[in-house]
Design a protein around this ligand. Sequence first.
Ligand code: SAJ
Length: 427
Amino acid sequence: AVLGVVGLGYVGLPLAVEMVNQGFTVIGIDLDASKVDSIYQGDSYIHDISSDELKKVMQSGRFQPTTDYSMLRVIDALSICVPTPLSENQDPDTSYIETVVDQIKLHMKPGMLITLESTTYPGTTEELIQQELDKVGHEAGKDYFLCFSPERVDPSNGRFTTFNTPKVIGGTTEACLKLGTALYSKYVETVVPVSSPKVAEMSKLLENTFRSVNIAFVNEMAMMCDRMGIDIWEVIDAAATKPFGFMPFYPGPGIGGHCIPLDPMYLSWKAKGFRFYSKFIELAQSTNDNMPYYVLNKTSTILNEYAKSVRKSNILLLGMAYKPNIADLRESPGLEVYELFKESGANVSYYDLHAASFKDKHGETVHSQAFNLEQFKTYDCIVLITNHSDLPYYDIAELGVPILDTRNAFRSYTHSHIYKIGHSVQH
Ligand code: SAJ
């Protein structure tokens, strides 16, 4: 059997590599020719796939990356791993999925198994794939087979991989589910069949909305503790000693990535179509979106302790990626914090070894500062946004520059000039 993956990003490329490693011949399709070139060069652009691993996969001769959709003609089983972003007005943008479906209409191999993996609202598989293929006379479960199986890739998670993370899958018909389960069982350790694509679609949204809501809740707790002069970080560690019925989440400067900030909006958007308005999702969104303002206000309070104001002060943001030890800047809350400091008249810079530059909201490229402790000493305040493991915490603490720690990364330092969110300044 020839397997296919459409979308060679942080989900699709690891999936294709896993398939090749399990002995399959795989065709990888992506619109972006530079991705295809990088793969041929054996240069990995995905954090969790090393270039050596990619070179080995290419040497196997069983992986063919291409931009040519007509290759769908030789693919027996296709996994669709394309992005599902939000449009300008925060509504689902399913255009990437629709583009793939248009190509499938042109080039589908009879009997093809199609599995959508992109995180999306319940009903997508039926409405955007099954109903579309019905229109051109293809019947699911007969002319082709259709499943939904959500991806659970957790970038930079060294422990859980594509292979050992249980995979939920729902089929349009019994035959679809059987085929999909049989295929995924060949390269995923545990497959969890459910009764329909909608159940599979909804289970993924429950997983990610669960995170967004709980992160928002602990962010609210952090602001409460700040006001009450209680250390939220100590409170969480104490609560986390409860061995059952509790799971710690931690406050931060907001939430980033291309999943948690977006996926719940897919759910609330679809629910509105059923005249159901989710208060949790809207409240979580606004609470998490408010955190950059809280960071700005807290920095202002700290600067006031030194008779300074945000305006005209020199601020250094430490870490810009959306979570530790990766380079991904998408939706990073640090970007919003950066813009707020600029709008408040501060001279704001950032240092992140993993993320060398980004485009600010005016499209200007902002480059990371070089690592230079003497230069860092000249800042009025350092704000830690992302707790990369390789930051020199000791050296930075010893600078004597006031630090606002949004991740409790300096927990082992007791210098009086180190402050943290979720605790009052006058501690
Ligand atoms: N965050 C907090 N506090 C927390 C946890 C996370 O502020 O307690 C922030 C992070 O800093 C980050 C954002 O939320 O900015 C998202 O973090 P995340 O840990 O959810 O990481 P993602 O989005 O890269 O991956 C998640 C997966 N992570 C985990 O379950 C741990 C998982 O939900 C999905 O497989 C994945 O999204 C996806 O692709 O949907």
